[in-house]
Write a protein that binds this ligand. Structure first.
Ligand code: SF4
Ligand code: SF4
Length: 348
């Protein structure tokens, strides 16, 4: 039996196309668990300093045009400052990212609507042209995916756009995603698909469902809803149950007709601070992509560099505590995260 270290050293040297084929054959969760165990081996051997930064998540806009009931941004919109990332802040970030040649992926989304930032296509182009990043993607609610911005995005080498449409029917999606309109989003996706012919950019759909009972949750993943199968290709659609975000208060859940429950199942591991840095629109570096309201700011890229923050003693200490499930040394945000609490949300 080969060690995990040997496996990942071998795997990381394979051509990208072969890596993608292997990845496609192994369910994400299994691949994630193997990877986490490998990283845990590294953490156990006190070598947290040398973990390569592979992915950066950039909140190009913390403003949002919707107020989705299941989202910590939508339901607690006033809980943090809201703004777009300016070209000046992005330039500071870009200069720092140029120095990190282990970076391969960028996600231009955190807790707002990326298409509210008109500079988004320029940011994506600059990441592709001036850093080692080769894969870019972002999530959107799809309401603003009109022809002009679609054409500008297609001219950038952007990899994936993921559009969120939730629930089991257009009506339920609009009830959860306050301010959205199913027909508008559907037509925007159809138009994007037409414009994208001949380009490498793909578009897919994230479908979040709110389970009605604990039994339903225990079945694992929800089925792809019929209304989406009727309107889109099945392989475009990725269904999931809603999770409880760190910082999402019980009161805000109840106000929206939900409640949290703890699922008695094997807990997931957290991989985020082992490979990804999360930057908010004002340059704040927060712990991870679950911190969509900026609960735990570690530093700001105007005071310190991404590289220094990633390798700092503080970040290493947190990383080690997470990897070793060391409850005493975990940041409070992790203690309230579904990774450690195993909380999901269901309807009241
Ligand atoms: S789910 Fe997306 S669109 Fe909805 S409120 Fe949250 S950030 Fe905005
Ligand atoms: S455990 Fe901590 S670092 Fe991991 S996703 Fe949860 S809040 Fe983020």
């Amino acid at each position: 039996m080969i060690s995990l270290g040997t496996f990942f050293t071998f795997y990381s040297k394979l051509p990208e196309s072969l890596r993608n084929t292997i990845k496609a054959c192994i369910p994400d969760k299994v691949m994630g668990n193997i990877y986490v165990n490998y990283k845990r081996t590294i953490a156990d051997s006190n070598d947290c300093l040398n973990l390569p930064l592979e992915q950066v998540r950039i909140e190009v806009s913390s403003l949002c045009n919707l107020r989705c009931k299941h989202c910590a941004s939508g339901a607690q919109y006033e809980s943090t400052n809201r703004e777009i990332m300016t070209p000046a802040i992005f330039k500071v970030l870009l200069e720092q990212l140029k120095e990190i040649d282990t970076l391969k992926d960028a996600v231009l989304y955190l807790g707002g609507e990326p298409l509210l930032n008109n500079h988004l296509p320029d940011f994506i182009s600059q990441l592709h042209n001036e850093t080692s990043i080769i894969h870019t993607r972002f999530n959107t609610n799809g309401m603003l995916l009109k022809e002009e911005i679609s054409r500008r995005l297609l001219d950038t080498d952007l990899g994936i756009i993921q559009v969120s449409i939730d629930g089991n029917s257009p009506e339920e999606s609009e009830q959860i995603r306050i301010g959205s309109n199913y027909d508008t989003v559907k037509n925007n996706i159809y138009n994007f698909i037409k414009l994208a012919e001949g380009y490498d950019t793909t578009i897919n759909i994230a479908n979040t469902q709110i389970a009605k009972s604990e039994d339903e949750l225990l079945k694992g993943k929800p089925e792809v809803p019929l209304f989406l199968i009727n309107d889109f290709k099945a392989e475009m659609i990725e269904p999931n149950y809603a999770m409880k975000w760190p910082g999402q208060s019980d009161q805000s859940l109840i106000d929206n007709g939900f409640r949290s429950i703890t699922i008695d199942a094997q807990k997931d591991d957290c991989i985020h601070p082992l490979r990804e840095m999360t930057l908010r629109s004002n340059g704040d570096c927060v712990l991870c992509c679950y911190d969509i309201t900026g609960m735990m700011v570690i530093d700001n890229i105007q005071n310190n560099t991404v590289s220094n923050i990633w390798n700092s003693a503080e970040y290493q200490k947190i990383r080690k505590a997470i990897m070793n499930r060391d409850i005493n040394n975990l940041p409070n945000i992790c203690k309230g995260c579904r990774i450690f609490t195993n909380e999901k949300i269901i309807r009241c």
